[in-house]
Ligand binder design. Structure first.
Ligand code: GLN
Length: 308
């Protein structure tokens, strides 16, 4: 069973190497200097076995893929009714950095665009003796099955260029979506984006979602089933920003991309898939990553509407 899957992943990885296009241009000098040739794939099944191909052990910044896990923590902490009063679950149809919120209330369209993610992180409750960011790091580490760390250089670069996200944060504050001092929500969001992961880590994190909140490698329960159901629903409709419709039509899996070059997708009950390749398209998604998830979904018939 293992050898054919491994061979299949190797074949997909090899076919990705021919794909050019996309750009590593970024205001973040660390992201801009990533080697565009890096390319890694990883798949973790719900019985806890991980397959990798290419540069699956190379660390990079999780960036917006962190939004999925922080939304889950906030839902877990605050419950659905409270979170829904703060953040909607509608696709925004526009870029991840846009001011996509309900007119008259400031409620962000969803938790996977920047404005919604800052709002979600701002709802995470600190626990005794632990900062909010410690908690984020601990929970994300539990999903990955190893201790993750923040990349200080990525964080320092993102912090220097964060005027726009700070603007979104103060907008949320003006509407009372963020109560009290809004700066910690911004700062924790900026830190969560700088957490370093590998494609292997991301595949285990995705498989924790596939396994409805239980890490399939360590068997630790990280999230409640209902929280995962909600998070996967929002990933399906909003995870790829203004490319979400195209993604659902062609791949048909809940997913999330990040400007660090990572993409995860989740087949509930079965597996988590992760890719890493730095050059990005105009939506901020990895070009080779998109091709990889498209191909794997098509070859293995993973689309939620199976046609054959
Ligand atoms: N840190 C980036 C930002 O806040 C994350 C964006 C992304 O990965 N799409 O803009």
């Amino acid at each position: 069973m293992h050898a054919p899957i491994q061979r299949y992943l190797d074949t997909v990885h090899e076919s990705l190497l021919d794909i050019r296009g996309g750009s590593t241009k970024s205001p973040n000098a660390v992201l801009a200097s990533q080697d565009p040739n890096l390319c890694g794939l990883a798949m973790t099944t719900s019985d806890g076995f991980t397959y990798t191909a290419g540069d699956a052990e190379v660390p990079f910044a999780i960036q917006s893929i962190s939004k999925v896990f922080c939304y889950a923590i906030a839902l877990q902490d605050r419950g659905f009714a409270y979170m829904d009063s703060k953040i909607d679950v509608e696709p925004s149809g526009s870029s991840f950095a846009d001011l996509s919120s309900e007119s008259g209330s400031g409620r962000p369209k969803n938790a996977l665009i920047n404005i919604g993610a800052i709002a979600a992180t701002g709802q995470i409750l600190p626990e005794r003796g632990r900062t909010v960011f410690d908690k984020i790091l601990t929970v994300m580490s539990a999903c990955a099955g190893r201790e993750l760390e923040m990349d200080e250089d990525v964080h320092s670069q993102d912090s220097q260029g964060s005027a726009h996200n700070r603007g979104l944060t103060w907008f949320l504050s003006s509407w009372g979506i963020l109560e009290g001092d809004p700066n910690p929500a911004h700062d924790d969001y900026t830190k969560q984006c700088a957490i370093a992961v590998t494609a292997r880590d991301l595949s285990v994190m995705a498989a924790t979602l596939a396994n409805l909140g239980v890490n399939p490698v360590t068997q630790e329960r990280v999230f409640d089933t209902r929280v995962v159901e909600r998070v996967l629903s929002v990933m399906l409709t909003c995870g790829m920003y203004d490319d979400s419709g195209d993604w659902v039509a062609s791949v048909g899996l809940p997913a999330k991309s990040g400007v660090g070059g990572g993409i995860i997708s989740v087949l509930p009950g079965q597996l988590g898939l992760a890719s890493f390749s730095p050059p990005l398209d105009e939506h901020g998604s990895s070009v080779r990553g998109l091709a990889a998830h498209r191909q794997i979904s098509s070859d293995l018939e993973l689309h939620f509407v199976r046609t054959s």
